[in-house]
Design a protein around this ligand. Structure first.
Ligand code: GAR
Length: 187
């Protein structure tokens, strides 16, 4: 049995989609969802889905080995960032080289880096008049959004698109491709 631990900071619609994708697969389980936001909607989704949902604060993540200790006890094969907005500390990257995966809602290296997340990304894409956007699934290294790219897929943007409709198109790509890429990585 392969194990995934998910990290999320907000709504967690990708978390829900990933949990549902693996629900009927015998060989992969979601060990837990960890969040840095006490009131994140993702925790409500965990309750609904009967998945372990854990909140941690900055001290637990950056100043002590508390979150690392939780990971050690869960023994994940993959650590998946699904809308997780804090930088991953170096000791975690060293402990899990090539096992931490992030999804970014644009075609990296465009629109990456600190502060580029969620709607901010889609607003920047719209403001630049780009004719396409997409998703990037990549390994996590010590710099925001700079780890090796595993998978990218594009969607067209038309003049009528707004940041909201771009977000919708990108989310659809995420729901379709992210779980499948994770399954491949674990196979
Ligand atoms: C997703 O679109 C994900 O790509 C993005 O946050 C959203 C989370 O949505 N991640 C980043 O921007 C990371 N820099 P969700 O909470 O509904 O899954």
């Amino acid at each position: 049995m392969k194990k995934i631990v998910l990290f999320a900071s907000g709504s967690g619609s990708n978390v829900e989609n990933i949990v549902q994708f693996f629900q009927d697969k015998q060989n992969v389980s979601i060990a837990a969802v960890l969040t840095n936001k006490r009131d994140a909607k993702v925790l409500d989704r965990c309750n609904k889905l009967n998945i372990n949902g854990l909140y941690f604060n900055r001290t637990a993540f950056y100043k002590t080995n508390c979150v690392l200790g939780i990971l050690e006890s869960l023994q994940p094969d993959l650590i998946v960032l699904a809308g997780f907005l804090w930088k991953i500390p170096e000791n975690m990257i060293q402990k899990y080289p090539s096992q931490i995966i992030n999804i970014h809602p644009a075609l990296l290296p465009k629109y990456g880096g600190k502060g580029m997340y969620g709607m901010r990304v889609h607003e920047a894409v719209k403001n630049n008049g780009d004719s396409e956007s997409g998703i990037t699934i990549h390994y996590v290294n010590e710099n925001y959004d700079e780890g090796a790219i595993i998978y990218q897929v594009k969607t067209k943007i038309v003049a009528d698109d707004t940041p909201e409709t771009i977000a919708q198109k990108v989310h659809e790509l995420e729901y379709e491709h992210f779980p499948k890429v994770l399954a491949k990585l674990l196979a």
